[in-house]
Design a protein around this ligand. Sequence first.
Ligand code: FAD
Length: 373
Amino acid sequence: MDTNITIIGAGVIGLAIAAKLSEKFPDVFVLEKHEKFGQETSSRNSEVIHSGIYYPVNSLKASLCVEGNKMLYDYCLKNDINHKKCGKLMVALNRIEEEILLKVFKQSRINGVLDGVLLSGTEALKMEPNIYCTAAIFFPSTGIVDSHGLMKQLESDAKINQATFAYNSEVVAIEKLDLGYSITVKEANATYSFTANTVINAAGLGTDAIAKLSGTFEPSYQLYFWKGSYFAVGNGKNKMIDHLIYPVPHENITGLGVHATLDLNHGMKLGPDATFLENRLIDYSVDKAKRTGFYNAAMKYLPFLDEDDLHADQAGIRPKLQKPGDPFRDFIIKDEQAKAMPGFINLIGIESPGLTSCLSIAKMVSRFHIFEK
Ligand SMILES: Cc1cc2nc3c(=O)[nH]c(=O)nc-3n(C[C@H](O)[C@H](O)[C@H](O)COP(=O)(O)OP(=O)(O)OC[C@H]3O[C@@H](n4cnc5c(N)ncnc54)[C@H](O)[C@@H]3O)c2cc1C
């Protein structure tokens, strides 16, 4: 075999897996179609370290997020990665939302997030005098992280462990051999093939396509793309809050609602919304016409906003396993042994809280049977 372990995709998930597996295994090889790491979803998100409150008990999203939250804070502290445990307020605006808030609070306890505190409207306003709400939950373990700094550190850890990275290298074919796999890669002017004992599909928006190339695809692996756009808040209004402020979540958690996030320079963004992309077209431009909708959603709990404080910012695309109206779907993290593809590991539908969970996902993958030379 030419390589022990080949990882497809150098987003935060592929990088975390590379860093983890290279601690133990020689010959880890990472293939990425872009010229550097983190050019897709991993650099187009809210950079929030979630606490794991939303997801159904026993789901991977719940358990990996709760574990990943702690692992990520430890990793950031150990490696001096810029981050801030600023906490988050989830706010209710009326009686109906207070009931949803209560459900989220109960779910958070079931999921092992024990530090959430239920607050009356008055108590919440003491923490954030410029917002409006009738009740809230404060989650102190939610924070923000410099996602680029995190990915840089993970790449560096993997390189120190002798992992090899091939950028500008797109996987275009995968073939099962008697032992291991043959992988064909397209570079700028050439195509080449090599062999690997273990293949890890961490290709983000491309994971269902890679599953098809490998023959491991099944209908439940079909990805649906949902765009999330952001508007930045200017005119000095970014200084009006000190915590992340979230509304109560959507049904079936298709999105967390237009929320207010802070970055590490105290910039403030509203978003992301959740727009289903029927044609799966990847286009990161932000439709300026959405500004009024964002303003209308956010001004209910951020009454200090004026519409012209908002300007179009970034967008990201969620690789979801749900189309509109579908119930909750969990991450798929699976060794495809049952499909006679031992050592082929698919990670599909790694949407939020994937950034938070990157280290716990890598730990989970390291517990699968890794085929070696
Ligand atoms: C709008 C939005 C907000 C979010 N906010 C948060 C948040 O606040 N907190 C949180 O925890 N999570 C959040 N997430 C989720 C988080 O960003 C993702 O779970 C995470 O970034 C997924 O990382 P990844 O490595 O799987 O995917 P990616 O970062 O997309 O990486 C996959 C890589 O695979 C490469 N690739 C694809 N196909 C091929 C191929 N054929 N050959 C070679 N390379 C290939 C791609 O180029 C890409 O670099 C958010 C997501 C979105 C869209």
